[in-house]
Design a protein around this ligand. Sequence first.
Ligand code: B3K
Ligand code: ZN
Length: 883
Amino acid sequence: MHAPAQQPSASIRLSDYRAPAWRVGTVELDFDLGIDASEVLARLRLHRDPAQDAPLRLDGENLQLLSIVLDGSRLPATAYRYAGNVLEVDGARDGSVLETRVRLRPAANTALEGLYLSGSREAGFLLTQCEAEGFRHITFFPDRPDVLSSYTVTLRADRARFPVLLAGGNSDGAGELEGGRHWARFVDPHPKPSYLFALVAGRLERIERDYVTAEGRAVQLKIWAEADAIGRCHYAMDALERSMRWDEQTYGRNYDLDVFHVVATHDFNMGAMENKGLNIFNAKCLLAEPDSTTDDEYRHVEAVVAHEYFHNWSGNRVTCRDWFQLSLKEGLTVFREQSFSADMNSAPLKRIEDVALLRRAQFPEDAGPLAHPVRPAQYSEINNFYTATVYEKGAELVRMLAGALGRDGFRCGMDRYFERNDGRAATLEDFLGALGETNGTDLTPYLAWYAQAGTPRLKAHGHYDPTRHAYTLTLTQHTPGGHGAEPRPPLPIPVKLALFTRHGDMLPLHLDGQTSKGGNELVVVLTQVEQNFVFTNVAAAPVPSLLRGFSAPVILECDYTPDELALLLAHDVDGFNRWEAGQQLAARAYEDLRDGTTATALQAWCDALAKLFDNAAIDDALLADLLTPPGEVELAERETAIDPQRIHHLRQTLQQRLAARLGAVALRQRYMALAAHTNTELDAPSQARRRLKRRVLELLALLDTAGACALAATQYRDAPGMTDRLAALSVLVRSDAPQAAAALRDYRARHAGNALALDKWFAVQAQLPGELALDRVRLLEHDAAFMLKNPNRVQSLLGAFVRNNPSGFHRVDGAGYRLLAERLVALDALNPQVAARLATAFNGWQRLEPLRCEAARAVIVELAGHRGLSRNLAEIIGSVLNH
Ligand code: B3K
Ligand code: ZN
């Protein structure tokens, strides 16, 4: 099962896809549930593909087989073989019924895949996680997404220990059994793949709400959580209702069962899971209340609730043929969630947040050894492909398609896609086909985006001809990297653009050779390696605003002067591009500092922001984002020999210069004005004020540390909610302030019983910049509340350290790398999925400066040689090392 990293593990290839030789029409599952041991009886009605002559082979991992019965006869040991995670059965025919009985050990399942225990043996509850291949840890089955079956599930358990019994689908009866036991049955009328199966059993409380769909179906919405958490589920209920209405109005999609269950658990490998009719959520993506949840987390809860709900159509009713098509459901559902969140909140801020995430998480992935296409061609462990590329870049590709078709065209195409593929396991070709055909457009050129890794570079060069009053924009594309010599055809790149006068006004656009649309913004699509676009009637050399709204996931290289960027920062009406101009200018300013060159960009950046700082018309939240330069990870992407501590230092200096330009007096005044409105309301202006207040305090801390820390200590003490409390705590900790220790003690005592709040206590300390971080992390690992077994806790301490704290993790002595490697080995034995995700922090080590590069290499080589690594971790380490 566990292959050492040096040996290439068997790869699954897209090109090897074959339709299943055996399908399962109906499944009846009977669970006899217990914490230490559970038994599963599965009754499968089998259908054979007459075109294939293959024996019946079912997936099954770590299953203790108790009995096997085919068409009513118990099979002798000679009639089946269970080896290498496959059960092969002789004598099955089309229409045969196979019954297997297996025993599972939920409490011993630390991988949190299949059936497992959340929480303690005494008080915890049982639940399942099946995507991608967890169902084979529950019973023998053709565990692949193109086998769709009708499920009837019966749960039996002790009533006192498991008062609540839930499975996906509609309720189909419940009752008492002898000996204090009870049962409940669920029937799902919609055939589904095995990865969407789920059950939950234990002591849970619920809140509920009646909902009537646009089509008139009465639905009970029920959110379940442990007693101490149920009071924090009301925000998620509201978000769920908003999501359901939005999908009805925007896509005409209605919910399709009588009940929709949502369950919160503290033990979960990822954010949440869209199981049919029974979504299961990591508590951190569901629970929310002012005292322990920040504004960012509130928005995240809303987004994840929406994402999982939207999967009911994009993923569940229309599912994926195979896991190579994962982005068909994930990219599309992220895009749907992004549109929803933009409608519920501020659209430009949402766009800024999403592009910042893409750059922080996906661009580095796409530039390093873990790069893969949105539709990968092969994999060893599918759980390693739930990546920023499949999700976030995948969403960008859907956004380009939606943009190409326009609002109505996209909606018609989506209607066609859902109708034509309802109840089917589809491919990306089905998706592009439906969208294109409805609109009489051939979208197949966009398939190239799905097939190649790497972030394309788009060069833009403008030339103004004063005699012809013509402005020629030359666009050139190039996608670097790629393993081997695969051809890299030009991609269709939609570039939304506008032209500005030197006074900051937008020009009406006349694109040569095209009937003018008469507007002052348009989209040109680059389809060749290089193309010229000529604009006429341009009175003077303009400043182009390119890739507005981030119309394609590329890196734009444009020879702007600092003044031109400052002009866009001051005047662009596209909120995203305004921010983007500021980011580009800040990056130039950073380079000025780094290279000791003339500080024109630095000056222009500071001057432009000083003006905006005094501009009352600008939104507080946008201003906060404008006052934030690109993050350390993003700045590192511009370097060749990366020294993360130097980058941290330079970025701090950059912000210090900005703070000095704004001035301590002005910063303090603005802080006081914002602090006068302190509340815990979630309306946009209140959230925006908190966001700006935090940024202003952070900037002040770089200028007048003692003064800012005094303000922070007061803010910490008086904070009515978590956003203000955590912001203040973070400023104190990061400034290494004398007040930090007391605040940390207070926080710890105040939130001792709240795991999610405690996670933030670990995370804020793991992000101490520089050399101080490692010792703090080591110390915190000995804290009684630290557990390697809990993914959220691992993420809050180790994840925050290795991923969000480059200057702390990348110590020149390599101690950060050694700590990570040691913890990975321990973690891998418990939970391979979490270990593998953490290990991606080694991505990009080849581009570190020589000392760190060598230190990292030595550690990774040693780790790769470790015997008995899981397939998950081995694949990541192998890829990181070998490419
Ligand atoms: N589909 C799940 C992710 C499953 C991850 C499996 N390792 C959550 C989501 O994207 O909605
Ligand atoms: Zn998803």
